[in-house]
Design a protein around this ligand. Structure first.
Ligand SMILES: Cc1cc2nc3c(=O)[nH]c(=O)nc-3n(C[C@H](O)[C@H](O)[C@H](O)COP(=O)(O)O)c2cc1C
Length: 169
């Protein structure tokens, strides 16, 4: 799969078979996350790989949009280190670039993945910080749920000529 094809066919997958994910695949996905660009090349991202079913179930129980997590079998929590990047906007942008790389890498590996939002919803980021013992200076931005897909989703073409402004607004 080339990059353009991956971008055009990636979809959020929330239904999984429950089959365990190979550690080599998790490693490839993490490496894709690390390759993302970051403002000033500060690389403020930190990653928590969660595979224990009890933890995944606890998160799903307390985060209403994370119900897919236990059957996915793996959640990678992408966090931003505020001591490396103090501007919150840049921290979010850096983590988001990393998250998108990871989603595309999972898709290339024929795995299903979905971005589960945490920051800036205080309730969600606090739940995750509490469950995963995340220190104060680290902001959990999102969880990338990854698993073997139990559903095939069609690609959607979202191109919209009306949103493209030529030279000036
Ligand atoms: C910032 C952000 C937060 C999101 N949060 C969630 C979430 O908490 N749970 C979820 O199931 N999907 C979440 N999504 C996935 C979106 O719902 C999904 O990308 C969107 O509906 C478009 O569908 P697609 O990814 O299949 O193209 C999030 C996506 C983004 C970018």
């Amino acid at each position: 799969m080339n990059v353009i094809e991956a971008i055009n066919t990636r979809r959020s997958i929330r239904q999984y078979t429950g089959e365990v994910i190979n550690d080599k695949h998790i490693d490839i996905i993490l490496r894709a996350g690390f390759q993302a660009p970051s403002a000033h090349n500060f690389q403020p991202q930190e990653y928590i790989v969660v595979k224990e079913s009890e933890t995944l179930e606890l998160i799903a129980k307390r985060h209403k949009y994370a119900k897919a997590l236990p059957l996915a079998g793996c959640g990678i929590v992408v966090c931003g280190d505020t001591t490396k990047e103090s501007r919150e906007g840049s921290l979010i942008a850096d983590c988001s670039a990393s998250i998108q790389n990871m989603l595309l890498a999972a898709h290339e590996l024929n795995l299903g993945a979905v971005w589960i939002g945490l920051h800036p919803v205080k309730e969600f980021s606090e739940i995750i910080s509490e469950i995963l013992d995340i220190p104060e200076h680290i902001i959990p931005i999102a969880i990338v749920a990854i698993g073997h897909p139990n559903v095939k989703k069609e690609a959607i073409d979202r191109y919209n000529e009306e949103k493209i402004h030529k030279e000036k607004w």
